[in-house]
Design a protein. Sequence first.
Length: 581
Amino acid sequence: MGLLDFFTKKTQPSAKRKRTNAGSSAVEPDTSVDDPRDGGVDDSVNEQEEGEERVSLSEYEEPDRNGKTEQAVKRRRRDDTPDEAETPASISPQIEQTILPSPVNQSQQVKTLLASKKQLALAAKRDGRLDEAREYMSQIIRLRKLEEETSEGKQVDLSEWKSEIPPSFPNPSQNTRQKMITLLTKQLSHQYQQLLSECKERKEKRVSLDASSIQVCKRTKEDLEWLRLFVASQPDGLPLYEYEEVERTKKIENNHLTDQQLEVFVEATRLVDAKNIPKEFYLSLQLPYPSEAHQTIKSGYIPNQANQRVEWAGTFKIERKKSFQLACNSKKISIELCNSTFFGGKTTLGTGSLTLSDLLTKSNSKQIVEITIRLRTPINGPDIERNTQKYIKLKREVAEISSESETVQPMNDYSVVDEPAEIQIIHDNVPHDTLQQPPPDKFVTSDKTVPGPAAVPMDTDKRAPPSEEEFNSPEGIQCNDVLEYEIVVCRERMKKSKTLEEKETEEDRLQRLQTRLVILGAQVSGGVLTPENYSEKLREEMEKNKGEMVRYVKEGKRDRALLLKKHNEIMANELKVMAEG
């Protein structure tokens, strides 16, 4: 779909209008149920919508509704009437506000309910739950009636929707929005980088990857791209987020060992009575397996010092048969602390034993504080470690910023992101001259860094031209058809990539191209980019490319000059199509 289709859709009349607070009407794309991308049930839902609207008109007639509201208000006032000793002036403004709800608060609540019902209806339609979609549609029609009444300053009865109204939070300002987006970008970038490095490390060690980790890693990368698109298309909204607990599994293996090795690792020695021990000693370990020939290993000489670090490892040869499994249940490794005599003998200074039963279910068995016995894998199956970890997740929903948000005092305990705890939000009561804007974050990918949301402007005219290192960067492309051409070329290069690094680089570029394409469409649908402005941008880009082509030919970079020539041909063709259309 070319950019010309965006302009065509924008100029088509729409029967669905949304009444604003000022009383004017603005065209609103129908995001509730009849999404043109989800065909098959549009006519039935539209018929249901018209039928529900005719039926519900009698339920919300103005005289009956206003009378009911006034009676309810009078009843509440009569119940809350103060004693005779009190005067009407003794009622605080907060109590009066609870008696008579503010129309502004009701309007915001109705808007929140309407947006929630639209999303639920669209989800129900996509899942094929048409009965639920029709029920949500009837609720949407009723909420639209309430929205019209609240926009006119009237009070409505929301007792029916009381259980579905979310708790009210302080209205955020643009300052808080910037801080929140910056912190979310930091959190998501750190989370993505950590998961990506963990997956690469497991792959290099040829350890099986955790499916939950791969899923969270992919979703985090999608959240970063969505957040970037959100900043460009929603200048007055706040992204909503939540924390998700994921149960992760890790298979514990000692990959430095083979299946025929049993390792005894001595980390340090802690002697009880060092006075009776000579200056140097050694350890002698004996494994009573196999039965006909016991195995003995000895360590090097260890100096007699308090808490001496040893870090010595010795291995026994085993066979993973039933005989060794029985030996683990009944036999032990004997350990002796010895000293050599003058004629080559030995003097035993102390004895101990190491049990083998834990090796049936564990890869590592800690014993005598500083000694550990290890197998590559347990005898009776893999050693699986399970833990639960918390990850941040975007809800892909938008919370609107009120026009009065700059005058609202945020609560003292309001913070945007729970983790990390040391990062806190600067409230609006701090003077603006003391605020230090954080540097724009980077979207961290496998090999490259992409500018974060703070660096994405709505007006592309103010963007600086790409440098030599950023030649043909997705963020510098102005033409819709050029983006589609680059996407096709990028996919071809992905198929031909020979190494994992080349493939990840092309995947990253493909994500950036697709994001730029969606942002361009959002600017058109939002009215930021008009056909006249778009045509002018293309002509300016073509002139700039011509100058760059001459420079690249002089520098001997003919491949870049040919690519810019191809871009100019595509842009000239798109201008021709727009002129003919």
